[in-house]
Write a protein that binds this ligand. Structure first.
Ligand SMILES: C[S@@+](CC[C@H](N)C(=O)[O-])C[C@H]1O[C@@H](n2cnc3c(N)ncnc32)[C@H](O)[C@@H]1O
Length: 383
């Protein structure tokens, strides 16, 4: 058995037993919270920032296709809701259990969706220029050979196709690595309930008595500690690559990708220009991560460098987005916490309008610091 096969087998075993993120099957995730991961948002941002017309917005492409790489059990539902109904979505995952749950969750909406139980390396092997956009959230760092898979994934993209990638911020996860190593040295197995319980009590003990761990452990949500899938994913993973931020960026560039935006979910980079509009250098992120000033995972938007023909743009309609209230997470920031329901709704409709190609005015002026925060979370467009 090759290294790739044995890693795949171990990872599949884990996600068959603990499909991720394992939200209750009848829970309906608030898909509008993920607007910034839709191919339309990413495509629009790319066009506004670089004047590149991505295939998802290009009138030149008759059929649109999205690849959800390592889809897990919930993302297919979110993507199906976010993407226009005529975009086909291919969901690929090693885990049969995750795919079964994903199919069940998307049951009434499975038009234009396909599910593939396969390793990404094998799935992408003989394909070329099929996809407008690839979503690879939280999967590359679990592959035996992420560079080879990434190279093949890039080949699967149409020219100027976009990707959203989330990979772990390894330098900021050193404390998690220490705990992973500790549990491994104690011979704990994620497949034994008693070992998971022992690991949880050990964490509770460390939280109470170990000053170097307690601030970190205090950040972990009780939900993460109580949800087996997320607990195992964090502390017992069958394969987690520990790779620096600089090395990830080098790998993206080698594969012909251009990272162009970073989502700063926890407002850790407020002293820098808006990272969604002006990507910080890898070295800067690396130094901050090592100094504990940047702990979020790397949530990046990228595109495949290609020939940029002056295609006309086709804008989607997105009627169903308009029926939803503004994303809840907008209010979690100090600057936006007091925005009224109606202001949020107005900004949400303005954002949808700009994704649909409307020029529209920005409406009422908000305080600069509120606008700045909204721009940093993609609620206001660069124009
Ligand atoms: C942490 S989960 C992320 C799931 C989903 N992307 C999300 O954000 O909710 C990683 C997923 O990638 C899948 N996966 C890991 N290695 C894979 C591989 N080599 N080929 C296909 N899927 C893989 C796992 O089965 C798992 O469902």
């Amino acid at each position: 058995m090759t290294d790739t096969e044995s890693t795949s087998k171990a990872v599949a075993l884990q996600y068959n037993r603990f499909p991720y993120p394992h939200y209750p099957i009848f829970a309906k995730p608030l898909w509008q919270e993920g607007y910034w991961g839709s191919s339309l948002f990413i495509g629009r941002l790319l066009y506004d920032l670089r004047k590149v017309v991505p295939p998802a917005l290009s009138s030149d492409h008759a059929s649109h296709r999205i690849l959800n790489a390592g889809c897990g059990d919930t993302q297919p539902y979110v993507l199906r809701k976010l993407e226009p109904s005529h975009f086909h979505i291919d969901c690929v995952d090693l885990s049969r259990t995750a795919l079964r749950r994903a199919k069940l969750r998307t049951f009434p909406y499975v038009y234009k969706m396909s599910f593939h139980e396969q390793d990404l390396l094998a799935y992408t092997k003989n394909r070329a220029e099929e996809y407008d956009h690839i979503e690879a959230y939280g999967v590359l760092h679990h592959l035996e050979d992420p560079d080879q898979t990434l190279k093949q994934m890039v080949r699967c993209l149409k020219p100027n196709g976009t990707l959203r990638i989330m990979v772990y911020n390894s330098p900021a996860r050193r404390w998690i690595h220490e705990l992973q190593d500790l549990f491994q040295s104690l011979n704990f197995s994620p497949y034994r309930k008693a070992d998971r319980a022992a690991a949880r009590s050990l964490l509770a003990g460390l939280r109470g008595h170990c000053p170097s761990f307690s601030p970190r452990l205090a950040q972990i949500s009780p939900l993460m500690l109580s949800n087996d899938a997320r607990f195992v994913d964090t502390f017992f993973h069958a394969h987690e690559l520990r790779r620096s931020i600089v090395d990830w960026f080098a790998s993206f560039h080698r594969c012909g990708l251009e990272p162009f935006a970073l989502f700063d979910r926890y407002a850790e980079l407020d002293d820098l220009p808006n990272p969604l509009w002006e990507l910080p250098q890898a070295q800067v992120l690396e130094e901050r991560a090592r100094a504990n000033q940047f702990r979020n995972n790397l949530e990046l938007l990228l595109y495949k460098r290609g020939h940029s023909h002056p295609h006309a743009i086709t804008f989607p309609k997105l009627w169903h987005w308009r029926l939803k209230p503004a994303p809840r997470f907008w209010t979690q920031y100090e600057e936006t916490a007091k925005l009224s329901f109606f202001d949020r709704l107005r900004i949400w409709h303005q954002l949808i309008g700009s994704l649909c190609g409307h020029q529209g005015s920005n409406g009422e002026k908000l305080p600069t610091r509120v606008e700045d925060r909204l721009a940093r979370i993609g609620a206001l467009c660069p124009r």
